[in-house]
Design a protein. Structure first.
Length: 345
């Protein structure tokens, strides 16, 4: 039975160094889950006296989970470039010639947000981690369409890891990759809980982020009002079946939790546009690129503020921010005006 499989078995088909990276990410996620549930985890949301390079105030959990990722990935010996939202300047985790992979063996660049949603961790909301894995030894000039793999974790009632790995070559609008969901068991193993996760073109769920930009983004304001008033779009005739009277909002304040809800329900949209008064705070390399890759791999799509998919947005700096819309194709299409509003104004 397929669901008896586990992560270690599923990644056996991958290039050996990529396999090491993904298993290291899984180990780091398990450590992060422990960090968040420890007794002293009551202080996980305690504000530190430090800020990261983006000016965000750091909490103790940000720093401890970040170190868990650095330590786990350092042990692989094949991460030539590593950086995080807490430490955005890239460093090599290969100390010297004797510590790295054999000559000609592939190396990888890994970028991550160790604790997405840390501002709501003290309220015991679901939070997560986001990881992007690029082949090679540089991140700048790359796009999400070049990712070798991407993953996110959700720390909630269960610890869940969602991993997208390629099963084909080349670039495409949809990403030739498979999306698998794993749950962390009491024995510390990652058991497959959902195989080949897919998104339908339409759904009744939406997660609206950065709602403050409705003050000067009229298209976004109109979009949200329409979703509160009308039925969701359908991919096919409903054969007389009753339609919901309006869309259903599900928003938690943590990107990972909201996107995972969309994938869990098999459809929906997360939308985070921008405006002059309220620009988006999402980071391309640490958050948006990996999330877009996973959603496209599941059959969904994405948009940035220029109207292109996030798969094609080039990483020009580690501080680069972006608007983000991901999810079911028909719902994402409805968001185009709201997403492009700031660019037009």
């Amino acid at each position: 039975m397929a669901l008896s499989c586990n992560l270690a078995r599923d990644v056996e088909r991958l290039e050996p160094n990529l396999r090491r990276v993904i298993l290291a990410v899984a180990d780091a996620v398990a450590q992060c889950a422990t960090i968040l549930r420890e007794d002293e985890g009551n202080e996980a949301g305690t504000t530190e006296s430090t800020e990261n390079a983006f000016g965000d105030t750091q909490c103790s959990a940000d720093l401890r989970t970040d170190e868990a990722f650095f330590a786990a990935l350092r042990n692989t010996g094949c991460v030539a470039c590593a950086c995080s939202e807490e430490k955005p300047e890239p460093v090599s985790l290969v100390s010297g010639p004797g510590d790295g992979p054999p000559a000609g063996s592939p190396t990888y660049c890994v970028a991550w947000d160790p604790l997405d949603g840390s501002s709501v961790v003290d309220a015991s909301f679901a939070v997560g981690s986001i990881v992007a894995v690029f082949p090679g030894n540089t991140l700048l000039g790359r796009t999400a369409n070049e990712l070798a793999a991407a993953a996110y974790a959700v720390y909630g009632p269960r610890t869940v890891l969602v991993v997208a790995t390629r099963h084909g070559q080349g670039r495409s609008e949809t990403v030739a990759a498979v999306v698998q969901e794993y749950v962390l068991t009491n024995s510390g193993r990652w058991r497959l809980s959902r195989a080949n996760v897919r998104l339908s073109p339409a759904s009744m769920f939406y997660a609206p982020a950065n709602v403050r930009c409705c003050a000067d983004n009229e298209a976004y304001r109109a979009l949200l009002v329409s979703w509160m008033m009308v039925s969701p779009p359908t991919a096919a005739p409903c054969d007389g079946a009753a339609q919901p009277k309006s869309m259903t909002m599900r928003y938690s304040g943590a990107l990972v939790a909201d996107v995972h809800h969309v994938l869990t329900k098999g459809g929906g949209v997360f939308v985070c546009p921008s405006s002059a008064a309220a620009p988006s705070k999402l980071r391309l390399v640490f958050e948006a690129a990996a999330i877009a890759f996973i959603v496209h791999a599941a059959g969904g799509t994405s948009l940035d503020s220029s109207g292109q998919t996030l798969l094609e947005v080039r990483i020009d700096s580690y501080q680069q921010r972006t608007a983000l819309c991901v999810g079911s194709s028909l719902l994402v299409a409805q968001c185009k005006d709201a997403m492009k509003w700031a660019r037009k104004s």
